[in-house]
Design a protein around this ligand. Structure first.
Ligand code: AMP
Length: 402
């Protein structure tokens, strides 16, 4: 069975075609700059294998429809293609950033779903309009193929009000939906399921702190396999310090910047979103670059690293108290999977809390879900590579099979 996973943005379409028998991608790529004078497509057949076949081209894609047509043309191309025709695609899984309070599980696309997605646009104005276009184009191009939406917020819908409400007038929640929704839920769920498998027990018996550290980053407290708390807020700007995002700050800072600098609201939000975090402190949001500069004695790079790891550690500490008992801390995503220095700094000196990182295992993690803690560490520390596309494809298959 083959599943096409689509993540449509306002001017882009990321895609991956997966073979569900092998659980591996057959092709993946991205169409960018849709709607501009000139667009691009980058496509890989059999990514990550010796047969990998890369292709990229520049051409205009006036709308998402032309972009999706190009994707289908490449997937079915007689030379570069990986399938004979589109009828080989059994289902389509759409990645949706925000499902508001409507969705706590993946759902089949129908008019009601699209209507609810439209209602959540104010909560994700940069993402959900693009997702809706992606769904509409896919419905047109693949008539009769079942389409499923998988929501990044769904995993966090099990939080209790005490965790998701903000201390602001209750009417704001009732009237505008203002609350914590979280993000990266597909990744937090995937590594929760993988970690439960690693322990060989049902996830309902597992408590984890899941640490998704990519350019965007969030942590979740997972109690009995369900999200109990998470670091991101109403939007993906909250929580820990990220590549270019500020994370949690004193809300009065917004008014202070406006007063001091005369900036309008949009400029302030843009700065907090794109020019802050690691980049705002030291000019770079890539840990590889930051480590190189730290080695050369760059104090700003050191400060950025110290601030980010300090904040991450704070959340882990908070979630330990919330959960009471923790089976494992699990790292994932670009930094979580590839940066032993970050992991070591976050968990340094916690032996009294039963957390002992094995320096050698941490340094030599081999990309398989495995522990980087010592054998006698009461709390295990795992690193598990996330795979959001596979999670979306698996969720889509589960719904197709119902
Ligand atoms: P993601 O958003 O999950 O793709 O993560 C991207 C981030 O991962 C980059 O901005 C880097 O900071 C970090 N990263 C990727 N590879 C490495 C590496 N080998 N060592 C340290 N950090 C890395």
């Amino acid at each position: 069975m083959k599943i096409l996973v689509i993540n449509a943005g306002s001017s882009s379409i990321k895609y991956q075609l997966l073979d569900m028998d092998t659980q591996k991608p057959l092709a993946s790529g991205v169409v960018e700059r849709i709607g501009e004078d000139m667009g691009t497509i980058s496509h890989k057949a059999f990514p990550g294998t010796p047969e990998e076949n890369k292709f990229s081209a520049e051409k205009p894609f006036p709308t998402h429809k032309e972009g999706m047509h190009e994707v289908v043309a490449l997937l079915t191309d007689s030379e570069k293609g990986v399938i004979k025709d589109r009828s080989e695609i059994s289902g389509i899984g759409h990645r949706i950033v925000h499902g508001g309070e409507y969705f706590f599980a993946p759902a089949v696309v129908d008019n009601d779903l699209i209507e609810k997605l439209r209602k959540t646009i104010p909560l994700a104005p940069l993402h959900n309009p693009g997702h809706i276009i992606g769904i509409e184009v896919a419905l047109e191009l693949f008539p009769g193929v079942k389409q499923v939406c998988v929501f990044d917020t769904a995993f966090h819908q099990t939080m209790e009000p005490k965790a998701y409400m903000y201390g602001v007038p209750y009417e704001l929640y009732e009237e505008t939906g203002l609350r914590r929704y979280g993000a990266h839920g597909t990744s937090h769920k995937y590594i929760t399921d993988q970690a439960a498998k690693y322990f060989g027990k049902p996830k309902e018996e597992c408590n984890f702190v899941t640490v998704h550290l990519g350019n965007g980053a969030s942590l979740s407290a997972v109690k009995n396999g369900k999200c109990y708390d998470t670091s991101m807020g109403l939007t993906p700007l909250g929580g820990i310090i990220m590549g270019t995002r500020c994370g949690d700050i004193d809300p009065a800072i917004v008014g202070y910047i406006a007063d001091q600098k005369g900036w309008d609201l949009q400029k302030i939000i843009d700065t907090l979103t794109h020019e802050s975090g690691l980049k705002g402190i030291c000019g770079s949001n890539d840990l590889r670059d930051i480590h190189k500069r730290r080695e050369e004695g760059d104090e700003r790079a050191q400060l950025a690293f110290d601030m980010a790891t300090h904040r991450c550690r704070q959340f882990i500490g908070a979630y330990f108290f919330e959960l009471g008992k923790v089976d494992a801390i699990i790292f994932t995503a670009g930094i979580g999977e590839n940066d032993p220095l970050y992991r070591a700094a976050v968990l340094e000196g916690l032996e009294n809390f039963g957390i002992k990182v094995d320096a050698e295992k941490n340094e030599n993690w081999n990309r398989q879900p495995s522990a980087i803690s010592t054998d006698d560490s009461a709390v295990k520390v795992l690193v598990i590579a996330t795979n959001e596309e596979l999670e979306i494809a698996n969720e889509t298959v589960a719904i197709l099979n119902k």
